[in-house]
Design a binder for this molecule. Structure first.
Ligand code: ATP
Length: 734
């Protein structure tokens, strides 16, 4: 319930002015321009009005006392409306609620509730909770009685919703929509963050998978390394012992072989008999060689003699080959005579010819031999042959002797060789032994060399093992080296262990490639994963809250729709009643805008709540039907008729959901006497449900008020307030 209004520095109220509202109807009267409407505007102002126009100003400073000759201008205008909140009309736990607004020349406003600074929004919400809406339907300014008639269907709807107290739903809806919008923004933001994060996370997951593979590889390596190291330790230890034993044995054997060899070589150098026999053999061999050479010379000599002999004989044999060469002289002559005789006696020519040829011949032989002979030559050749034959005989004798000597020498050589061979058996034996021993010695030396190589190999293997251990420990941790020593070598060949080594080396290469234990990667993955999980949870929460908000908006729409259609029906009932009361008949009603024609009917009647949801909310039309007149448009009504219609509507709206107070600034200005009375009746009726503040020049209206305030303005331009009696009021009003 409205308790009082305090005005200071606001418009014409230069000084602090307090209006108490102790009755249900208060009338404010006074001459034109005294500042009555400023009171109505003071209400608007304090209730958070943002439109300068509706407070008849252009700038904030138009609201502040501008000053006069008598009173300096103010820098601040302030209005406080005080409500009685004993019944907790406002949803705050105070018996009194003081809503204050101040404005400064720079245009800034300050709001407070019960002295605490608040935002405009807080004021608006607090008022809405008490059904004091911001559309100001409860403050009807001067000349604005038919504002609701002139307003657009949409604005009308807003006014109606406001009057029906549905503003709270709107606020809640707006709040929910704002939150929903914010939530959607956050969702979009989180989605984009997740999108940004996704490739990095995927990359890290890949890395971590690799690391995990490296982990299992490391575990395998450790397991295998334990086996390998244990076996290798054992192997090397055993091999070292074996090697040392072998070395000692080889050294021993070598010493024995060397001793033996030295001894035998010593023996071999003192073999004089063998040397002597060899000398005999060699001397004999030289002798034979000499004899053979001599014999060769002799043979060549014999050859020469025989050659000469043959040549000489050849020559002499040519002569000797003549047919009568050997026939002595007398005999040859006898033969020739005989042949001549035969020729003489021959019968045939052929026989003659043959006998003559024989004669010729014999004659030739005789001539050659006896008539002109080469007797000297014949004798010389015979001498030569003789000499040569003698020489040959001599040479043959010599050769025979030489051959004999050679034979003897050969026999001597054979014997000497035999003796030497017999002796050589012993020498060969010695040499063979020397060779054997030398071989044995070389073998042992080789064995020692091999042993040395093996020693180096074992050192190398030990170093390699140490290196592998160090590398494995560096790659897979120190536990790689904590293995139990082997009790017994496994029954396997060395190849198996070498295979193990290869496997370990491969594993180490792969681990090295994997690059460290990747603690930083794991940490980063953990953090990014956590962030992703956090975002996913956040997104889930936001989606839930988004769904919740959407549902809330739907619910609010549903409720709003339901309340609206209920309220509309009630307003229509009252509107029609007031209308026919004012006009003495006829009817009036509010309908929903035509563009949603099909739904209008439903909504106007019994509207299904859910159908209003998400439907573009139609505006409100006013349909009137005057008694005995046919009007199609509101604009065709007279000023008085328009005033009556809007009063009927305002009152109807107030009836359904009465506001705590209603300010009517000369709403009755256009009414004639009869209508003024009807207006007065309605005011009385209305005052039962809302506190009324009527600014009026109307005597009838004044008569219905319990309290009357007179407002006057002196030369100083300052509005002054005074309580007046009815009669005074009538006077003051003039
Ligand atoms: P009517 O009966 O004709 O409607 P009214 O009583 O409602 O008149 P208002 O309109 O409330 O009169 O008052 C207007 C008066 O207030 C004017 O005299 C105007 O000069 C004065 N006024 C308005 N704003 C200021 C201001 N900022 N400082 C001083 N005076 C102001």
């Amino acid at each position: 319930m409205l308790k009082r209004l305090e005005i200071v520095g606001f418009k014409s109220f230069a000084k602090k002015t307090t209006l108490e509202f102790t009755a249900s109807t208060t009338a404010i009267v006074g001459p034109n321009g005294s500042g009555k409407s400023n009171v109505a505007e003071a209400f608007r102002f304090a209730l958070g009005e943002q439109s300068m126009k509706s407070m008849r100003g252009k700038r904030a400073e138009d609201l502040i006392w501008g000053g006069s000759h008598q009173a300096p201008r103010a820098n601040r205008a302030a209005v406080v409306i005080v409500f009685d909140n004993a019944r907790r009309m406002f949803k705050i736990d105070f018996d009194e609620v003081a809503i204050e607004r101040a404005v400064f020349r720079d245009g800034t406003s300050e709001y407070s509730i019960n002295g605490s600074r608040v935002r405009l929004r807080d004021v608006v919400e607090l008022l809405a909770s008490a059904n004091i809406g911001e559309t100001g339907h409860h403050i009807i300014s001067q000349g604005e009685a038919d504002r609701i008639l002139l307003a657009s269907p949409r604005d009308r709807r807003a006014m109606l919703e406001d009057a029906l107290g549905l503003k709270m739903f709107e606020f809640k809806k707006q709040e929910a929509s704002r939150k929903l919008e914010k939530t959607e923004e956050n969702i979009a933001q989180i989605n984009s963050l997740r999108r940004e994060l996704a490739p990095h996370l995927r990359f890290l997951e890949g890395q971590v998978k690799k690391l995990e593979r490296a982990d299992s590889l490391r575990a395998e390596l450790v397991e295998l390394a334990h086996i390998y190291f244990a076996i290798e330790d054992n192997y090397l230890a055993e091999e070292k012992v074996k090697h040392a034993t072998e070395k000692q044995a080889a050294i021993g054997r070598l010493a024995v072989a060397a001793d033996e060899l030295a001894r035998i070589e010593e023996r071999a150098t003192t073999d004089a008999e063998g040397v002597k026999r060899l000398d005999v053999v060699r001397a004999t061999e030289r002798e034979i060689e000499k004899l053979s050479s001599e014999r060769g010379t002799l043979a060549r000599e014999i050859g020469r003699v025989e050659g000469a002999l043959a040549a000489t004989k050849e020559r002499s044999s040519k002569t000797a080959r003549e047919p009568y060469a050997k026939v002595p002289r007398e005999e040859l002559l006898a033969l020739a005579r005989e042949a001549g005789k035969q020729a003489l006696e021959a019968k045939s020519p052929e026989a003659v010819r043959a006998a003559l040829s024989a004669v010729a011949e014999m004659v030739k032989a005789f001539v050659d031999r006896f008539v002109s002979p080469a007797d000297d030559l014949m004798d010389e050749e015979e001498d030569t042959v003789y000499a040569l034959e003698n020489e040959r005989t001599e040479l043959f004798a010599k050769d025979e002797k030489l051959s004999e000597t050679l034979e003897n020498a050969r026999a001597t050589l054979a014997r000497a060789r035999e003796a030497l061979t017999a002796h050589d058996e012993t020498g060969r034996e010695l040499r063979r032994k020397i060779l054997d021993l030398a071989q044995t010695k070389a073998h042992e030396e080789n064995a020692l060399t091999a042993n040395e190589a093996r020693a180096r190999e074992l050192v190398f293997l030990t170093e390699a093992l140490d290196r592998t251990k160090a590398e494995a420990a560096a790659l897979a941790g120190m536990n790689t080296l904590s293995y139990k020593p082997l009790m017994r070598m496994p029954d396997e060949d060395r190849h198996t262990q070498e295979e193990r080594k290869h496997t370990i080396e491969r594993a180490m290469i792969r681990l090295e490639e994997a690059g460290g234990t990747g603690e930083d990667i794991r940490q980063e993955h953990k953090e990014v994963k956590e962030r992703e999980t956090f975002l996913a949870t956040e997104l889930d929460d936001l989606s839930k809250s988004s769904a919740g908000l959407a549902a809330l908006i739907t619910d609010l729409d549903t409720e709003l729709g339901k309340h609206f259609s209920d309220g509309l029906a009630q307003v229509n009932t009252s509107f029609s009643e007031y209308f026919s009361l004012m006009f003495g008949g006829g009817s009036a009603r509010l309908t929903l805008e035509a563009e949603e024609e099909s739904e209008d009917e439903e909504l106007g009647e019994d509207i299904g709540a859910s159908e209003v949801v998400d439907v573009k909310r139609p505006g409100i039309e006013i349909v009137v039907s005057l008694p005995k007149k046919k009007v199609r448009s509101l604009m065709q009504l007279s000023g008085g008729e328009r005033a009556l219609t809007s009063i009927a509507l305002i009152f109807a709206m107030s009836q359904v959901n009465p506001p705590p107070f209603l300010i009517l600034d000369e709403t009755d200005a256009a009414l004639d006497e009869a209508n003024s009375r009807r207006y007065g009746d309605m005011i009385e009726n209305l005052a039962k449900k809302s506190q009324l503040i009527v600014i009026t020049h109307n005597r009838e209206t004044m008569s219905r008020a319990s309290i009357l305030y007179g407002i006057t303005m002196g030369n100083d331009g300052v509005s002054k307030l005074l309580s007046v009696k009815f009669d005074e009021a009538v006077a003051v009003a003039k």
